[in-house]
Write a protein that binds this ligand. Structure first.
Ligand code: SAM
Length: 306
Protein backbone atom coordinates (compact mmCIF):
# COMPACT_ATOMS: atom_id res chain seq x y z
CA UNK A 1 0.00 0.00 0.00
CA UNK A 2 1.14 3.43 -0.88
CA UNK A 3 0.87 6.20 1.75
CA UNK A 4 1.95 9.48 0.22
CA UNK A 5 1.37 12.58 2.31
CA UNK A 6 -1.45 14.76 1.09
CA UNK A 7 -0.12 18.29 1.74
CA UNK A 8 -3.63 19.66 2.15
CA UNK A 9 -4.44 17.21 4.92
CA UNK A 10 -0.98 16.56 6.34
CA UNK A 11 -1.68 12.83 6.64
CA UNK A 12 -0.84 9.62 4.85
CA UNK A 13 -3.31 8.73 2.11
CA UNK A 14 -4.05 5.16 1.09
CA UNK A 15 -4.28 5.58 -2.66
CA UNK A 16 -6.20 2.31 -3.08
CA UNK A 17 -9.11 3.16 -0.78
CA UNK A 18 -8.84 6.94 -0.73
CA UNK A 19 -8.81 6.72 3.09
CA UNK A 20 -6.29 8.75 5.03
CA UNK A 21 -4.27 7.07 7.73
CA UNK A 22 -1.26 7.58 9.93
CA UNK A 23 0.01 10.65 11.76
CA UNK A 24 -2.25 13.64 12.29
CA UNK A 25 -0.54 16.91 11.59
CA UNK A 26 -2.50 20.13 11.79
CA UNK A 27 -2.17 22.94 9.31
CA UNK A 28 -1.51 26.55 10.18
CA UNK A 29 -4.23 29.17 9.62
CA UNK A 30 -6.92 26.47 9.65
CA UNK A 31 -10.08 26.04 11.70
CA UNK A 32 -10.80 22.49 12.87
CA UNK A 33 -14.40 21.82 13.96
CA UNK A 34 -14.02 19.07 16.55
CA UNK A 35 -16.81 16.81 17.83
CA UNK A 36 -16.52 15.94 21.54
CA UNK A 37 -18.33 13.41 23.80
CA UNK A 38 -22.05 13.69 24.59
CA UNK A 39 -21.59 12.05 27.98
CA UNK A 40 -19.00 9.32 28.10
CA UNK A 41 -15.61 11.05 28.01
CA UNK A 42 -14.14 8.01 26.27
CA UNK A 43 -16.16 8.84 23.15
CA UNK A 44 -13.59 10.98 21.41
CA UNK A 45 -11.61 10.04 18.34
CA UNK A 46 -7.84 9.71 18.25
CA UNK A 47 -7.80 12.37 15.58
CA UNK A 48 -9.85 14.78 17.71
CA UNK A 49 -7.39 14.36 20.60
CA UNK A 50 -4.42 14.98 18.28
CA UNK A 51 -6.02 18.12 16.87
CA UNK A 52 -6.87 19.45 20.35
CA UNK A 53 -3.27 18.76 21.43
CA UNK A 54 -1.76 20.44 18.39
CA UNK A 55 -4.06 23.48 18.10
CA UNK A 56 -2.66 26.86 19.19
CA UNK A 57 -6.09 27.89 20.48
CA UNK A 58 -9.22 25.98 21.45
CA UNK A 59 -12.39 28.03 20.98
CA UNK A 60 -14.89 26.52 23.43
CA UNK A 61 -18.58 27.07 24.21
CA UNK A 62 -17.91 26.81 27.96
CA UNK A 63 -14.24 26.75 28.86
CA UNK A 64 -14.97 24.99 32.21
CA UNK A 65 -16.61 22.05 30.43
CA UNK A 66 -13.80 21.75 27.90
CA UNK A 67 -11.10 21.97 30.57
CA UNK A 68 -12.58 18.83 32.21
CA UNK A 69 -12.30 16.98 28.90
CA UNK A 70 -8.76 18.22 28.28
CA UNK A 71 -7.66 17.28 31.82
CA UNK A 72 -9.08 13.80 31.37
CA UNK A 73 -6.87 13.34 28.30
CA UNK A 74 -3.82 15.19 29.67
CA UNK A 75 -4.06 18.04 27.17
CA UNK A 76 -3.04 21.58 28.14
CA UNK A 77 -4.78 23.95 25.73
CA UNK A 78 -5.16 27.71 25.47
CA UNK A 79 -8.90 28.41 25.51
CA UNK A 80 -11.12 31.25 24.33
CA UNK A 81 -14.90 31.36 24.90
CA UNK A 82 -17.40 31.12 22.03
CA UNK A 83 -20.95 30.99 23.33
CA UNK A 84 -24.35 31.89 21.97
CA UNK A 85 -24.18 35.46 23.26
CA UNK A 86 -20.73 36.43 22.00
CA UNK A 87 -20.58 34.37 18.83
CA UNK A 88 -20.30 37.31 16.42
CA UNK A 89 -17.43 38.83 18.39
CA UNK A 90 -15.86 35.41 18.83
CA UNK A 91 -16.05 34.87 15.07
CA UNK A 92 -13.99 38.05 14.54
CA UNK A 93 -11.49 36.91 17.16
CA UNK A 94 -11.09 33.46 15.61
CA UNK A 95 -10.63 35.00 12.15
CA UNK A 96 -7.97 37.35 13.56
CA UNK A 97 -6.13 34.37 15.09
CA UNK A 98 -6.18 32.57 11.74
CA UNK A 99 -4.81 35.73 10.10
CA UNK A 100 -1.83 35.41 12.49
CA UNK A 101 -1.30 31.90 11.15
CA UNK A 102 -2.66 30.15 14.24
CA UNK A 103 -4.40 26.77 14.23
CA UNK A 104 -7.77 26.95 15.96
CA UNK A 105 -9.93 24.05 17.18
CA UNK A 106 -13.62 24.81 17.73
CA UNK A 107 -15.59 22.70 20.23
CA UNK A 108 -18.99 22.91 21.91
CA UNK A 109 -19.95 21.52 25.33
CA UNK A 110 -21.05 18.21 23.84
CA UNK A 111 -21.28 16.61 20.43
CA UNK A 112 -20.80 18.33 17.11
CA UNK A 113 -20.45 22.14 17.07
CA UNK A 114 -23.07 23.98 15.03
CA UNK A 115 -25.73 21.30 15.48
CA UNK A 116 -28.22 22.87 17.93
CA UNK A 117 -25.06 24.45 19.33
CA UNK A 118 -22.93 27.55 18.72
CA UNK A 119 -20.39 27.30 15.93
CA UNK A 120 -22.19 28.07 12.67
CA UNK A 121 -21.45 31.83 12.81
CA UNK A 122 -17.76 31.21 13.50
CA UNK A 123 -17.53 28.75 10.62
CA UNK A 124 -19.39 31.10 8.27
CA UNK A 125 -17.08 34.02 9.13
CA UNK A 126 -13.96 31.89 8.71
CA UNK A 127 -15.13 30.53 5.36
CA UNK A 128 -16.05 34.03 4.20
CA UNK A 129 -12.54 35.19 5.11
CA UNK A 130 -11.14 32.40 2.93
CA UNK A 131 -9.52 30.15 5.56
CA UNK A 132 -9.88 26.37 5.40
CA UNK A 133 -12.40 24.71 7.73
CA UNK A 134 -11.84 21.02 8.48
CA UNK A 135 -14.47 18.86 10.20
CA UNK A 136 -13.25 16.32 12.76
CA UNK A 137 -16.30 14.05 13.00
CA UNK A 138 -17.44 12.27 16.13
CA UNK A 139 -20.35 12.13 18.58
CA UNK A 140 -23.74 13.60 17.72
CA UNK A 141 -26.84 12.77 19.78
CA UNK A 142 -29.17 12.56 16.77
CA UNK A 143 -26.91 10.22 14.78
CA UNK A 144 -26.31 8.04 17.85
CA UNK A 145 -30.04 7.55 18.41
CA UNK A 146 -30.80 6.91 14.76
CA UNK A 147 -28.09 4.26 14.61
CA UNK A 148 -29.73 2.28 17.42
CA UNK A 149 -33.37 3.07 16.64
CA UNK A 150 -34.24 0.22 14.32
CA UNK A 151 -36.03 2.77 12.12
CA UNK A 152 -35.09 2.81 8.48
CA UNK A 153 -33.21 6.10 8.58
CA UNK A 154 -32.31 6.75 4.96
CA UNK A 155 -34.48 9.90 5.18
CA UNK A 156 -34.80 11.94 8.36
CA UNK A 157 -35.59 15.53 9.20
CA UNK A 158 -33.58 17.02 12.05
CA UNK A 159 -35.94 19.48 13.78
CA UNK A 160 -33.72 20.45 16.75
CA UNK A 161 -35.59 21.89 19.74
CA UNK A 162 -39.34 22.56 19.39
CA UNK A 163 -40.40 26.10 20.38
CA UNK A 164 -40.84 26.57 24.15
CA UNK A 165 -44.22 28.30 23.78
CA UNK A 166 -47.05 25.79 23.39
CA UNK A 167 -48.87 27.71 20.61
CA UNK A 168 -45.72 27.96 18.47
CA UNK A 169 -44.86 24.33 19.17
CA UNK A 170 -48.29 23.12 18.04
CA UNK A 171 -48.08 25.27 14.98
CA UNK A 172 -44.70 23.83 14.03
CA UNK A 173 -45.99 20.29 14.56
CA UNK A 174 -49.09 20.95 12.44
CA UNK A 175 -46.71 21.92 9.65
CA UNK A 176 -44.97 18.54 9.95
CA UNK A 177 -48.08 16.35 9.81
CA UNK A 178 -47.60 15.28 6.19
CA UNK A 179 -43.81 14.85 6.42
CA UNK A 180 -42.90 11.28 5.52
CA UNK A 181 -39.27 11.34 6.68
CA UNK A 182 -38.37 10.30 10.24
CA UNK A 183 -38.55 13.30 12.57
CA UNK A 184 -35.77 13.92 15.09
CA UNK A 185 -36.19 16.35 18.00
CA UNK A 186 -33.94 17.43 20.85
CA UNK A 187 -35.70 18.06 24.15
CA UNK A 188 -35.00 19.21 27.69
CA UNK A 189 -36.33 17.29 30.72
CA UNK A 190 -38.75 19.99 31.91
CA UNK A 191 -40.46 20.09 28.50
CA UNK A 192 -40.41 16.47 27.44
CA UNK A 193 -43.91 15.52 28.66
CA UNK A 194 -45.51 18.62 27.09
CA UNK A 195 -43.74 18.07 23.79
CA UNK A 196 -44.56 14.37 23.60
CA UNK A 197 -48.22 15.15 24.43
CA UNK A 198 -48.26 17.68 21.60
CA UNK A 199 -46.60 15.19 19.22
CA UNK A 200 -49.36 12.73 20.08
CA UNK A 201 -52.09 15.34 19.55
CA UNK A 202 -50.61 16.39 16.20
CA UNK A 203 -49.79 13.00 14.69
CA UNK A 204 -51.49 9.62 14.40
CA UNK A 205 -51.09 7.90 17.79
CA UNK A 206 -50.21 4.63 16.05
CA UNK A 207 -46.90 6.04 14.84
CA UNK A 208 -43.82 4.74 16.65
CA UNK A 209 -41.65 6.99 18.82
CA UNK A 210 -38.21 6.30 20.22
CA UNK A 211 -37.49 8.17 23.44
CA UNK A 212 -33.75 8.22 24.10
CA UNK A 213 -32.34 9.73 27.27
CA UNK A 214 -28.89 10.11 28.77
CA UNK A 215 -27.09 8.55 25.81
CA UNK A 216 -23.66 7.13 26.63
CA UNK A 217 -24.22 7.88 30.34
CA UNK A 218 -24.98 5.61 33.31
CA UNK A 219 -28.74 5.96 32.99
CA UNK A 220 -28.89 5.62 29.20
CA UNK A 221 -32.40 4.51 28.18
CA UNK A 222 -33.89 3.86 24.74
CA UNK A 223 -37.61 3.20 24.82
CA UNK A 224 -39.64 2.59 21.67
CA UNK A 225 -43.43 2.50 21.74
CA UNK A 226 -46.58 3.82 20.06
CA UNK A 227 -46.89 7.60 20.22
CA UNK A 228 -50.16 7.34 22.14
CA UNK A 229 -48.42 5.26 24.84
CA UNK A 230 -45.46 7.58 25.24
CA UNK A 231 -46.80 10.07 27.82
CA UNK A 232 -47.90 7.20 30.07
CA UNK A 233 -44.38 5.73 29.88
CA UNK A 234 -42.80 9.09 30.76
CA UNK A 235 -45.19 9.52 33.69
CA UNK A 236 -44.77 5.97 34.99
CA UNK A 237 -41.40 6.74 36.63
CA UNK A 238 -39.74 10.05 37.61
CA UNK A 239 -36.47 8.72 36.20
CA UNK A 240 -38.03 8.43 32.74
CA UNK A 241 -38.25 12.25 32.65
CA UNK A 242 -34.69 12.99 33.83
CA UNK A 243 -31.71 13.95 31.72
CA UNK A 244 -31.21 14.95 28.11
CA UNK A 245 -33.55 13.65 25.42
CA UNK A 246 -33.68 12.84 21.74
CA UNK A 247 -37.10 11.93 20.32
CA UNK A 248 -37.43 10.11 17.01
CA UNK A 249 -40.92 9.87 15.51
CA UNK A 250 -41.98 7.89 12.46
CA UNK A 251 -43.03 10.03 9.52
CA UNK A 252 -46.48 9.99 7.93
CA UNK A 253 -47.22 6.68 6.22
CA UNK A 254 -45.79 6.92 2.73
CA UNK A 255 -47.95 4.73 0.51
CA UNK A 256 -48.55 5.01 -3.20
CA UNK A 257 -51.97 6.51 -2.44
CA UNK A 258 -50.63 9.07 0.09
CA UNK A 259 -51.26 12.66 -0.90
CA UNK A 260 -48.16 14.66 -1.80
CA UNK A 261 -46.59 16.65 1.04
CA UNK A 262 -48.59 19.83 1.58
CA UNK A 263 -48.05 23.06 3.43
CA UNK A 264 -50.78 22.52 6.05
CA UNK A 265 -50.57 26.05 7.39
CA UNK A 266 -51.12 27.74 4.02
CA UNK A 267 -54.01 25.37 3.20
CA UNK A 268 -55.65 26.30 6.50
CA UNK A 269 -54.98 30.02 6.03
CA UNK A 270 -56.59 29.95 2.58
CA UNK A 271 -59.66 28.15 3.90
CA UNK A 272 -59.97 30.45 6.92
CA UNK A 273 -60.01 33.47 4.62
CA UNK A 274 -63.27 32.14 3.11
CA UNK A 275 -64.93 29.93 5.73
CA UNK A 276 -65.81 29.79 9.43
CA UNK A 277 -63.28 27.92 11.62
CA UNK A 278 -65.25 24.68 11.94
CA UNK A 279 -65.75 24.27 8.21
CA UNK A 280 -62.19 25.36 7.40
CA UNK A 281 -60.79 22.76 9.81
CA UNK A 282 -63.06 20.00 8.49
CA UNK A 283 -61.93 20.69 4.93
CA UNK A 284 -58.26 20.99 5.96
CA UNK A 285 -58.47 17.55 7.63
CA UNK A 286 -59.82 16.10 4.38
CA UNK A 287 -57.26 17.86 2.20
CA UNK A 288 -54.13 17.27 4.28
CA UNK A 289 -54.91 14.14 6.29
CA UNK A 290 -53.86 16.12 9.40
CA UNK A 291 -55.08 15.59 12.95
CA UNK A 292 -58.40 17.39 13.63
CA UNK A 293 -57.45 18.66 17.14
CA UNK A 294 -54.06 19.93 16.03
CA UNK A 295 -55.57 21.71 13.01
CA UNK A 296 -58.30 23.21 15.19
CA UNK A 297 -55.69 24.62 17.60
CA UNK A 298 -53.65 25.93 14.68
CA UNK A 299 -56.77 27.57 13.19
CA UNK A 300 -57.43 29.38 16.50
CA UNK A 301 -53.82 30.58 16.62
CA UNK A 302 -54.01 31.83 13.03
CA UNK A 303 -57.29 33.62 13.76
CA UNK A 304 -55.79 35.28 16.88
CA UNK A 305 -52.85 36.49 14.82
CA UNK A 306 -55.22 38.10 12.35
N1 SAM B 1 -24.28 19.52 19.37
C1 SAM B 1 -24.91 18.46 20.10
C2 SAM B 1 -24.99 17.21 19.20
O1 SAM B 1 -24.15 17.11 18.31
O2 SAM B 1 -25.82 16.35 19.41
C3 SAM B 1 -26.27 18.89 20.63
C4 SAM B 1 -26.19 20.02 21.61
S1 SAM B 1 -27.74 20.62 22.13
C5 SAM B 1 -27.30 22.11 22.96
C6 SAM B 1 -28.07 19.66 23.55
C7 SAM B 1 -29.23 18.69 23.29
O3 SAM B 1 -28.77 17.57 22.56
C8 SAM B 1 -29.82 18.12 24.58
O4 SAM B 1 -30.81 18.97 25.13
C9 SAM B 1 -30.42 16.82 24.09
O5 SAM B 1 -31.65 17.05 23.44
C10 SAM B 1 -29.37 16.40 23.04
N2 SAM B 1 -28.33 15.60 23.71
C11 SAM B 1 -27.05 15.95 23.90
N3 SAM B 1 -26.41 14.98 24.58
C12 SAM B 1 -27.32 14.00 24.82
C13 SAM B 1 -27.28 12.75 25.48
N4 SAM B 1 -26.16 12.30 26.06
N5 SAM B 1 -28.41 12.00 25.53
C14 SAM B 1 -29.55 12.44 24.95
N6 SAM B 1 -29.64 13.63 24.32
C15 SAM B 1 -28.55 14.39 24.26
Amino acid sequence: MNHPVNPALGRGVDTDSGMVSGEVAVNKATLYVVATPIGNLGDITLRALEVLKAADIIAAEDTRVTIRLLNRHGIAGRLVAVHEHNERRAAERVTALLAEGKTVALVSDAGTPGIADPGAQVVAAVRAAGYPVVPIPGPNAAAAVLSASGFEASRFLFCGFLPARAAERRRELAGLVAQTALLVFYEAPHRVVGSVADLCAAFDGARQILIARELTKIHETLHRCRLDEAVAWLEADDNHRRGEFVLVVEGAAATASSPPEVDVESVLKTLLAELPVKQAVALAVKLTGGNRNALYKLALTLKDEK
